[in-house]
Design a protein around this ligand. Structure first.
Ligand SMILES: O=P(O)(O)O[C@@H]1[C@@H](OP(=O)(O)O)[C@H](OP(=O)(O)O)[C@H](O)[C@H](OP(=O)(O)O)[C@H]1OP(=O)(O)O
Ligand SMILES: Nc1ncnc2c1ncn2[C@@H]1O[C@H](COP(=O)(O)OP(=O)(O)OP(=O)(O)O)[C@@H](O)[C@H]1O
Length: 490
């Protein structure tokens, strides 16, 4: 990218999260990702450059090892003319959702990250003229804690996402509860994955977005601004899934198109598009803990209907969901087991503050940092080294629990699909596709006390306001059927 000749008119607002804002180029398949900060809390340009470089290094040296070469796009740090950034900021301000305006785009440092636009097929090239669909999923934590440090039994039964939903609705973050349960998506069972994806389509919150030709066509910018009309979505999808059919009409046709979409997403999520083996990480046995969540509507329906066999066929080992789950499961002790270890590191740092750099708490995120993450032992020998390894593994796990998966799909004719490209079939179409992972920013060490408090709040709210009112017949049914419910294959 030629940063000397930047014109804000060539860039448009694309989206934002809690910590960064993204603009996309109208012609080229690239985005710029800027950091955001609360007003008047801007950092120095040097600090921002250091932070961004750390993010890129972390992607390159650590997350690529966990997820595999093809899935991760660390991008590069670019320095932009300050005038361009200021003009861009003014240009996009009116498009930002209100709920995200508590933080301002960093316009003072001139630094940003340049990344491939993952809503396009993975290239840095010019915008293609064939239509491109992109589905973004933020799957959240896909397992139930298996740690013996967990103090509340409910955490061994109901997943964090399902519990957190109740607190979010009570706080007004979202209007309705979602039926999505991450354990269904991560189950590897097509039936459960279909249910999870349908639930995401019913209540997208910030877990699902769909883009066509780089434009958001389905999903929420925030609670006030949501595109959620299935007929409208089907209208967008129809030419891609049924290229030679007439107009979309009636709910039946909409449902058929949505089903096709869900099928295609499921198949791409179960595929392996990374030829390289991810790192030399020993894996956490995926069979640990329970493979279903008692609050999942899917599980409840099954048990209510007297069907006790929960299909959990397990994920193929090379697919991105499997790798995401593996990284998430580096949280082996749960925040309740981790917090005392964090306190041990804190105490040590209070005594020896000059050791902070040697311990690599704020980086550098290089090969040495990665190597230290490979020790999966949970036997505490009382050392700071043990505590630090668990803290760093926990930070990786938290990162993987908050990342997003991008699936880009483009229709192709049979003779156009070369052997090297990944292809997925729907009943009347075929698509080349790519799968990537984004938002792999390492979670800060400093956020651990917040995680500890939030965990308590989520669980207490659930126990007091939801479980207390739950149908006792239902929980007995789960208890009775505990042994019958089939677990993941190892
Ligand atoms: O704690 P959670 O599970 O609510 O996750 C936060 C996300 O909320 P969610 O539940 O996905 O709506 C939250 O997403 P939103 O801002 O709500 O879209 C952020 O991703 C936050 O990460 P960070 O602190 O900005 O690095 C996330 O915080 P971390 O816990 O990942 O630090
Ligand atoms: N490389 C990319 N290509 C296309 N879209 C992107 C890319 N990176 C980010 N986005 C879009 O911008 C949105 C915000 O980016 P991102 O998730 O990185 O923000 P964040 O502030 O770090 O998120 P969080 O709230 O989880 O901390 C994403 O949800 C996605 O839609």
């Amino acid at each position: 990218m030629e940063v000397g000749k930047m014109d804000e008119n060539e860039w448009q607002y694309h989206g934002e999260g809690n910590r960064s804002l993204v603009v996309s180029h109208s012609q080229r398949c690239v985005v710029l990702r800027f950091l955001k900060f609360p007003p008047n809390r801007n950092k120095t340009p040097e600090e921002i450059l250091h932070h961004l470089q750390n993010l890129v290094d972390f992607g390159k040296h650590v997350m690529k090892q966990f997820f595999g070469e093809n899935y991760v796009h660390p991008g590069e740090v670019v320095q932009l003319p300050l005038n361009f950034v200021k003009q861009l900021c003014l240009k996009i301000q009116s498009e930002r959702p209100e709920s995200r305006c508590d933080k301002d785009l960093d316009t003072l440092s001139g630094y940003a990250m340049c990344l491939p636009n993952l809503t396009r097929l993975q290239t840095y090239h010019f915008v293609e003229h064939r239509p491109i669909l992109c589905v973004e999923i933020k799957p959240k934590c896909g397992f139930i804690p298996f740690s013996s440090h967990v103090s509340q039994e409910i955490k061994h039964k109901v997943c964090r996402y399902c519990m957190h939903q109740h607190l979010k609705v009570a706080n007004g973050k979202w209007k309705r509860l979602s039926k999505y349960c991450p354990l269904d998506l991560f189950s590897g069972s097509k039936q459960r994955m279909h249910f999870a994806l349908k639930s995401l389509l019913q209540e997208a919150q910030n877990n699902l977005k769909i883009f066509k030709n780089g434009e958001l066509i389905y999903g929420c910018k925030d609670d006030q601004d949501c595109l959620s009309d299935w007929n409208e979505l089907a209208r967008h999808l129809k030419p891609l899934f049924f290229p030679s059919n007439g107009l979309v009409s009636g709910p039946h046709c909409t449902r058929t198109i949505i089903k096709e979409l869900i099928h295609v997403i499921t198949m791409t999520l179960l595929s392996n598009t990374d030829a390289c083996r991810a790192g030399d990480m020993k894996t956490v046995p995926i069979s640990q803990g329970r493979s279903y969540c008692e609050a999942s509507t899917f599980s409840k329906e099954l048990v209510r209907n007297g069907k006790h066999k929960m299909e959990g066929s397990g994920l193929p080992r090379d697919c991105l969901l499997y790798k995401t789950l593996q990284a998430q499961m580096l949280d082996m002790l749960d925040i309740e087991g981790l917090y005392p270890l964090y306190s041990r590191v804190e105490q040590y740092l209070e005594e020896f503050p000059e050791e902070r750099n040697t311990l690599q708490i704020g980086g550098p995120y290089n090969e040495a940092f990665y190597e230290k993450l490979l020790d999966l032992s949970t036997e505490d020998d009382g050392t700071v080294a043990f505590a630090l390894t668990k803290v760093q593994q926990y930070r990786i796990a938290m990162t993987a629990k908050d990342c997003s998966i991008m699936i880009a799909l483009s229709p192709c004719l049979q003779d156009e699909c070369s052997e090297q490209k990944s292809v997925v079939l729907s009943s009347k179409s075929r698509f080349t596709f790519s799968v990537s992972v984004l938002d792999l920013d390492l979670k800060p060490y400093e956020s651990i006390p917040h995680q500890y408090k939030l965990d308590g709040k989520i669980v207490n709210y659930y126990l007091k306001n939801v479980q207390a009112k739950e149908d006792p017949v239902m929980s007995n049914l789960f208890k009775e059927n505990e042994d019958c419910i089939v677990l993941h294959k190892v």
